[in-house]
Design a protein around this ligand. Structure first.
Ligand code: UDP
Ligand code: MG
Length: 322
């Protein structure tokens, strides 16, 4: 068994309806960990309110393998918060975040460890290619990462997901960030320190389908932008400026046409102008609403994650964690 204080390595795995992949994932992940750090590691399988047999499978693993710690959340919290729950409980000196669906190959663990040995605080996986993903997903992902780079001052690396190895210090600082809207890769980038990329090819899902629907992707994008940039607020100022300029030009035109042409009252153009300005105003209000909404939710200070049970062979382990 590992030393109870700090195992060498913690692996955090968010799992939502992953019954089809978990056995294969565990086989490969467990082997990769043992090859790297012997038995001095823990794998935290976080059940994010799955509706299939995922929790039962986690229980079986935990009963059979002392290195497995199951974490059962009260309900589905979403990918980012499931990882956050893992972070709250993990105790490793180094922490890896990895998806359960084998899109991120567990066999890269030694490469991550070797890079970190060079003195980095964060080694993040950067995708050279993505297999088995739709054209739509690749295009929106690419646009998202580039748009985000334009908007934010924090240098969030391109084409990088949450697959990464980070040090205990980074995990601790993330716990000190109390926000409930969490965009983890942005938070890690914000902390800074010595960070480097490990380029890899993203595999196709081993089984099952993605849980990121276009709607969830849009929500994550909005999260990222509003959490890390005030640029949209400034955008509304810019739009107000553009609209004012247009209005001034139109005003001049109206005067000129009044004196020089035999003008007919132009209700159509007037209507257009009114509509245009209403649209600009509503858009600006919408942007402000988005940020105010965030202040409102953060102001409630509700718990970020709700953990129902920690499933581990080691009862000491469970008590310590709560
Ligand atoms: N996941 C989760 N909660 C969710 C959605 C996803 O814990 O609400 C997990 C999922 O089990 C997987 C990881 O997050 O391990 C990434 O999800 P997915 O593969 O669906 O996303 P994609 O790789 O398509 O971006
Ligand atoms: Mg996936």
């Amino acid at each position: 068994m590992f030393d109870k204080g700090h195992p060498e390595l913690s692996i955090i795995v968010p799992c939502y309806n992953e019954e089809a992949v978990l056995p294969e994932f565990m086989k490969r992940m467990d082997a990769a960990c043992r090859a790297c750090v012997g038995s001095n590691f823990e794998i935290l399988l976080v059940n994010d309110g799955s509706r299939d047999q995922t929790l039962d499978i986690i229980r079986t693993f935990s009963a059979a393998n002392a290195n497995v710690v199951g974490v059962d959340l009260f309900r589905q919290h979403g990918h980012q918060l499931a990882v956050t729950a893992g972070m709250q409980l993990c105790r490793g000196r180094r922490v890896m975040i990895i998806d359960a669906d084998l899109q991120d190959p567990p066999e890269l663990l030694p490469d991550f460890m070797a890079k970190m040995d060079e003195g980095y605080d964060v080694v993040y996986g950067q995708r050279r290619s993505r297999k088995g993903e739709t054209w739509f997903k690749k295009m929106t992902a690419s646009l998202f990462y580039r748009g985000l780079k334009l908007l934010t001052e924090t240098d969030i690396p391109l084409d990088t997901g949450d697959f990464r190895l980070i040090t205990r210090q980074i995990v601790d600082y993330m716990q000190d960030m109390p926000e409930s809207h969490r965009f983890l890769r942005g938070m890690v980038a914000w902390i800074g320190g010595r960070q480097t990329a490990l380029v890899y090819d993203r595999e196709a899902r081993f089984a099952g389908t993605t849980h990121y629907t276009p709607r969830k992707m849009a929500a994550l994008a909005l999260e990222a932008v509003t959490s890390f940039s005030a640029a949209p607020l400034r955008l509304s100022m810019l739009m107000a400026f553009v609209a004012t300029t247009i209005a001034m030009v139109l005003l001049v035109y109206v005067f000129i046409s009044y004196f020089y042409y035999d003008s007919v009252p132009g209700w159509a153009s007037l209507g257009t102008i009114v509509l245009f300005f209403s649209a600009v105003q509503l858009f600006c209000l919408g942007i402000m609403g988005e940020y105010i909404g965030r202040i409102y939710f953060e102001g409630k200070q509700r718990p970020i994650t709700m953990i129902r049970e920690v499933i581990s062979q080691n009862t000491m382990n469970q008590e310590n964690r709560q």
